[in-house]
Design a protein around this ligand. Structure first.
Ligand SMILES: Cc1cc2nc3c(=O)[nH]c(=O)nc-3n(C[C@H](O)[C@H](O)[C@H](O)COP(=O)(O)OP(=O)(O)OC[C@H]3O[C@@H](n4cnc5c(N)ncnc54)[C@H](O)[C@@H]3O)c2cc1C
Length: 483
């Protein structure tokens, strides 16, 4: 399939607005965004402010708006499209979702209404290897659009002011506040002064400098055959990570599939990549592959009902962390990239962060001091899993080794399965301890001793050293709540 045919199928399913979003994301990959049209001047020390917090970008991170407003902040929300209008279905683990109710953003009844499917179990399966089931992981599918619509209504009821169609073009920091310049859909420019800006522009933020990236395309499909064969969808089971071939075109492509409402299945195709390969591969190209190779994964007369796509940043912890360009800017969500670099589950990670991160922003406002960086939660385990993600993003280029990555991942997930359902689930939910992670690495390398050569080839001696030091710090930090 050609890129133009893939574009036509996305347009047919979702219309021109979503196609524009696809083009915008692909443009940010080939030409990294820059905040290069700032306001005329930075605000003076005693200049008045329009709001306490300017939340710039209102996808998943819209969750911050009602929480900050309930804590007493004057919040304005800005998005280049409509704030809170995501077209996704997010999966998460049941326990993680309870945070939405605990934060007071929605009620327990509203949460129950947002869950579109529950799974008995999930599994990972690597081409040519075994199938490894696990329970309690990504076992709920949530209507993300309906969730964000509720969050927006809650924020509006708390006095949050929304600016739809406003794109940030630049900022200028003063001593106690920050001036922001926006351009609206009609091309008109406006300036706003806030005490703090939360950068929630996801992969489109100039600060989203994490070294890994996960291009993802797919969406909600109907027409897939149901059943329990490998090429059918079982509505009680979530497929977390599945491969249907080895490395092709220099990439290890991975499928994810989870059933939603009756007759509907969300299917994604993605690969892990290094951000430095800017401009190499687009979401449109990946869509062309998605449509062409879907029959390798599932059979049936598939119809794309609602396309969803994006670039999800990931940070290996082997290079410099994404940092805000000014003490008046706070990074959250994908821009901060403190979620798992192995699962890229930004939803669960944000649910773990919003409450404490909002309290830190409020404390900084009260103290008239910069907020700590990072303001979001980061779990020590990521210092271990980041290097694994870096290796998946660097598959062997020798065609005779096309199946080697699958073999290694099969050994790793076979080990996790042998360690037991609880341990397996803990790794995927970011809850595994450093000591348990070391046991996992040790058992995997006993199954596949050639992994040592691979690790040194991909990470280099320096990378191995940084990884080892990170894991040791994680081990040392356990129990002290290290971020
Ligand atoms: C296809 C796909 C499926 C996913 N599925 C899951 C899942 O099942 N479970 C899970 O845990 N995670 C999932 N994720 C990851 C999760 O969606 C992200 O981690 C999360 O959305 C990041 O939230 P965010 O607020 O940082 O950015 P986003 O949700 O990406 O929102 C960014 C917002 O910024 C706005 N914006 C961009 N530039 C500007 C600008 N200059 N000015 C103003 N606004 C701007 C955009 O319009 C957008 O609304 C998925 C991601 C993708 C791409």
């Amino acid at each position: 399939m050609t890129p133009d045919e893939a574009r036509a199928r996305v347009r047919e399913a979702a219309g021109p607005e979503l196609l524009e979003r696809l083009a915008h994301l692909d443009a940010t990959r080939s030409h990294p965004p820059a905040d290069d049209r700032p306001p005329a001047r930075a605000p003076g020390r005693d200049d008045p402010t329009d709001c306490d917090v300017a939340l710039v970008g209102a996808g998943l991170s819209l969750l911050y708006a009602p929480v900050l407003a309930a804590l007493g902040a004057r919040v304005h929300v800005f998005d280049r499209g409509r704030a809170g209008a995501t077209h996704r279905e997010w999966n998460a683990s049941a326990r993680e979702l309870d945070a939405l109710v605990a934060m007071g953003v929605i009620t327990a009844d509203e949460l129950a209404g947002l869950v579109v499917a529950r799974y008995r179990e999930g599994f990972c399966r690597w081409h040519g290897g075994g199938t490894y089931p696990v329970t309690g992981v990504l076992d709920r599918s949530v209507d993300a659009g309906a969730l964000l619509a509720l969050v927006r209504r809650r924020a509006e009821s708390l006095g949050v002011v929304f600016h739809d169609g406003w794109a940030l073009t630049g900022h200028a920091s003063g001593e106690r506040s920050i001036a922001l310049r926006f351009v609206d859909r009609g091309g008109a420019a406006s300036e706003v002064v806030a005490r703090v800006m939360i950068d929630a522009r996801g992969a489109a933020s100039p600060s989203a400098t994490a070294d890994l990236i996960c291009p993802t395309v797919g969406g909600v499909l109907t027409g897939l055959a149901e059943g329990d064969a490998a090429d059918e969808i079982d509505p009680a089971v979530g497929e977390i990570l599945v491969t249907t071939e080895g490395v092709e075109a220099g990439r290890q492509h991975i499928w994810e599939g989870f059933p939603g409402r009756a007759g509907e299945t969300t299917v994604y195709l993605f690969y892990y990549d290094k951000r430095e390969r800017v401009g190499d591969g687009s979401l449109v190209d990946l869509y062309a592959r998605f449509f062409a190779t879907l029959p390798r994964y599932k059979r049936g007369a598939a119809q794309l009902e609602r396309p969803t796509f994006g670039y999800i940043p990931g940070w290996s912890r082997l290079s410099a962390a994404p940092r805000p360009p000014s003490p008046r800017i706070v990074l959250v969500g994908d821009a901060a990239a403190r979620h798992s670099p192995l699962t890229y589950c930004g939803f669960g990670a944000t649910l773990r962060s919003v409450s404490a991160a909002s309290a830190r922003v409020m404390a900084a406002l009260d103290a008239e001091a910069p907020a700590p960086d990072p303001v979001v939660h980061d779990t020590p385990l990521h210092r271990g899993t980041g290097a694994l993600a870096h290796m998946i993003a660097s598959p062997p280029t020798d065609p005779t080794q096309a199946g080697a990555l699958n073999g290694l991942l099969d050994a790793a997930f076979g080990t996790l399965h042998t360690m037991g359902d609880e341990a397996y689930g803990r790794l995927l939910r970011d809850e595994m301890s450093g000591a348990e992670f070391m046991r996992f690495l040790h058992s995997t390398s006993r199954r596949r001793p050639e992994v040592y050569g691979w690790v040194f080839r991909v990470l280099g001696v320096g990378g191995v050293g940084r990884w080892g030091a990170g894991v040791l710090r994680a081990l040392g930090g356990e129990g002290r709540g290290v971020r």
